[in-house]
Design a protein around this ligand. Structure first.
Ligand code: ADP
Ligand code: MG
Length: 680
């Protein structure tokens, strides 16, 4: 038996099962060793029936006293009840598929049962426990591993497979250099593998887990540091003297907030250095990130360089064009737009003006990363709402110039610990202050009973010439999902708000149509905008003071917070109503958090707690490889250690050329796949 043997070489794994394993990326015996238990069941000791507590899992042993059917014993699905006793008491064991299982039990024989105890009136019950006849070779005592579900292969089979693989443990070699092992007091890989599958006590599990999590996170971090090292250049960057932007800032109708000033300070240092700037600005919606971008572009222009700013939607790009044109006009700085919906002739003209350097600042959508877009001397590259773009798109944009400075902005409030990992190749600045005079948005919950009062309130705001957003989770009606659709709501609200302009906007509309409606809303010609989540990103209409979210239970916290951020952008009090149609526990908790906090970072932490990081950040979505055993949030302490080790490795050997890192390099390659190019 060999680590590299295919799974099909094992007894009991035919082509069908091999295929199912392969679907889970398990092809070799080594892959199987790395299929770790998802949890354990403690079946070391049996518990006396008298000592059982409800809603916990136990192993019990006892004699079957009787078998009884609840109904017609000849029907397949008639439940079967066993009465089982030891010398301390009796318990009922219930199987719903009675007929099928009844023959496996003999009265007066001893069996073991493992399952959760429940209470049915005064009687203790176990429903569908695992069971074995006492003396059966499969009746394993000990800590039993429970593996992730794999189609067509039962837990028992998985356990048997792992038993067969024990023969391989001696082949599992140490792959890290000695000093890293001793410094971090790591168990050996073969110890870790053995004890993750078949531990004898909890301590062994912890020790093994630590080793395996460390391995995974070290591989991740070393890979990320490698990429960071590759992409960030310490020399050859475009040097920009950004002091001139003070002039621009002075002319703004407001003073920069403390947060803005400190971010600008970071950036000014970056720009003055030979090192290429690679900075992420994280700031809640409305915290004023755009102004910072403008200052950077202003400085670039004054130093003779072009800038480009990429936004995820056309609406947003056009909005940026408007404010940028207005802000730069008096300085004679030319701003251009590039979107895919533009006419070919318009595009051609823009492209030409870019190539000659006539356009100093380009705003646009994905169109700006197309191959035909060429700059004269690009010095500043900005991505707005970066979470909407892949890592790849960001780097395509950078390649439009020669080591241009890079600024990315996001309103996704990711806790710092996690941001450091997700944006491992970037330096991070946060804006945690809001512009002065901004009143916190009042957030209120409603349900179906007081829903009408919400719209009465909206009407009052409309009378005061304010505007409102109403968001629904669906576009049109659906048979399958019971939730408000934007179309339905549009009809209902058009009736309710007679004399006011109620418009509908949704993702399935044509781009021009959406843009037209958005600009009408922005110009105040539309009073109520009913929409799906298309308005989630970046739109700025200060006169809109009400956000109503129907079926709020269907949105995640981060999304609710983003939606709420569409209002509260002017000096007037703004409101957000969360209308709950189906009050689940999670929905209740989300609403509570929304009502209590306006701070995106706080909300992000809460979202992590409620949903778990995997769901929220979809690590893949951010270009991070999938983790098997580690949880970037829960294992933050191991992560810290792994990160320090990784940093030390890359500092000493940036290309991992030393022989002792050969295996680490292989692992990085395996984890990152195509995303990484490691020089051999
Ligand atoms: P976001 O960070 O969500 O992109 P924006 O950059 O769109 O936020 O800014 C939101 C609004 O706040 C804009 O109208 C902008 O002009 C205004 N703003 C930005 N900075 C300040 C400030 N320091 N004081 C007052 N208003 C500001
Ligand atoms: Mg913005």
């Amino acid at each position: 038996m060999n680590l590299n043997d295919k799974v099909g070489s094992l007894k009991g794994i035919g082509p069908k099962k091999a295929e199912n394993l392969s679907k889970n990326n398990i092809d070799t015996l080594e892959d199987l060793l790395y299929l770790f238990p998802r949890k354990y069941e403690d079946r070391r000791q049996e518990t006396r029936i008298a000592d059982l507590q409800p809603s916990k899992e136990y192993l019990i042993c006892g004699k079957v006293l009787s078998r009884r059917y609840a109904g017609n014993p000849y029907k397949k699905n008639t439940p079967l009840t066993l009465l089982v006793s030891d010398e301390t008491g009796t318990i009922e064991i219930l199987f719903f598929n009675g007929r099928y299982i009844a023959n496996l039990f003999n009265v007066n024989q001893d069996y073991s049962f493992y399952g959760r105890v429940s209470e049915n009136f005064d009687r203790k019950q176990m429903i569908h426990p695992e069971f074995h006849r006492i003396g059966d070779p499969n009746d394993i005592r000990g800590i039993i591993p429970i593996y992730p579900q794999i189609n067509g292969i039962s837990q028992n089979e998985l356990r048997k497979i792992q038993l067969q693989l024990q023969e391989l443990y001696p082949q599992v070699e140490e792959w890290l250099p000695e000093e890293i092992v001793s410094e971090n007091r790591l168990a050996s890989p073969s110890y870790a593998i053995e004890n993750i599958h078949f531990p004898k006590d909890g301590k062994q599990v912890l020790k093994s887990k630590f080793r395996l999590i460390f391995d995974e996170l070290l591989t991740l971090e070393t890979g990320l540091f490698y990429i960071k090292n590759e992409t960030r250049k310490d020399t050859g960057g475009i040097v920009i003297d950004a002091a001139c932007a003070d002039e621009f800032a002075k002319d703004l109708p407001f003073e920069l907030t403390e947060g803005q000033k400190s971010v600008w300070n970071d950036m000014q240092k970056d720009l003055a250095a030979e090192k290429v700037m690679n900075r992420l600005i994280q700031g809640d919606v409305g915290s004023g990130k755009t102004v910072i971008a403008e200052m950077a572009m202003f400085a670039a222009a004054k130093n003779g360089y072009q800038s480009v700013m990429m936004a995820p939607t056309e609406i947003l790009a056009k909005q940026h064009l408007q404010s940028l044109s207005a802000d730069f006009e008096k300085y004679g700085i030319a701003v251009g737009l590039l979107c895919s919906s533009m006419k070919t002739s318009e595009k051609r003209e823009t492209l030409q003006q870019l190539a000659t350097g006539e356009i100093q600042i380009l705003v646009g959508t994905h169109a700006v990363i197309q191959p035909d877009v060429k700059f004269k001397n690009l010095g500043m590259v900005i991505t707005d709402e970066q979470h909407r773009f892949g890592v790849n798109q960001r780097s395509l944009l950078s390649k439009k110039g020669e080591n241009p400075n890079v600024l990315v902005m996001t309103a996704t409030p990711i806790p710092r610990t996690l941001a450091v990992i997700i944006y491992g190749d970037l330096d991070i600045s946060q804006i945690r202050t809001m512009p002065r005079g901004r009143q916190p948005i009042k957030t209120l919950q409603a349900d179906m009973e007081n829903r009408n009062r919400v719209y009465d309130f909206v009407k009052k705001q409309l009378k005061e010439k304010k505007q409102a957003y109403v968001v629904a989770p669906l576009i049109g009606e659906s048979d399958k999902i019971d939730a408000k659709s934007a179309e339905e709501l549009h009809k209902e609200l058009s009736q309710k708000f007679k004399g006011y302009q109620v418009a509908l906007i949704h993702g399935a509309m044509k781009q021009e149509e959406k843009d037209f409606i958005m600009s009408e809303f922005s110009d105040g010609h539309i009073d109520v905008l009913v929409s799906t989540v298309v308005i989630e990103v970046g739109i700025n209409v200060p006169n809109a003071t009400v956000m109503v979210i129907e079926n709020c239970e269907r949105f995640g916290l981060a999304q609710l917070h983003q939606l709420r951020g569409r209002v509260g952008r002017g000096s007037d009090q703004s409101y957000c109503f969360l209308i709950c149609h189906n009050e689940t526990d999670v929905a209740k908790e989300r609403n509570r958090i929304m009502c209590e906090s306006n701070d995106g970072f706080e909300i992000a932490e809460a979202d992590l707690r409620l949903r778990g990081p995997g769901e929220l950040f979809g690590t893949r979505q951010h270009g991070l490889p999938e983790m098997h055993i580690s949880d970037l949030v829960r294992h933050a302490d191991v992560l810290e250690k792994a990160k320090n080790t990784a940093k030390a490795i890359i500092d000493r050997d940036p290309n991992l050329q030393a022989q002792k890192f050969a295996k680490l390099k292989n692992r990085i390659r395996k984890m990152f796949g195509e995303d990484i190019k490691l020089e051999l």
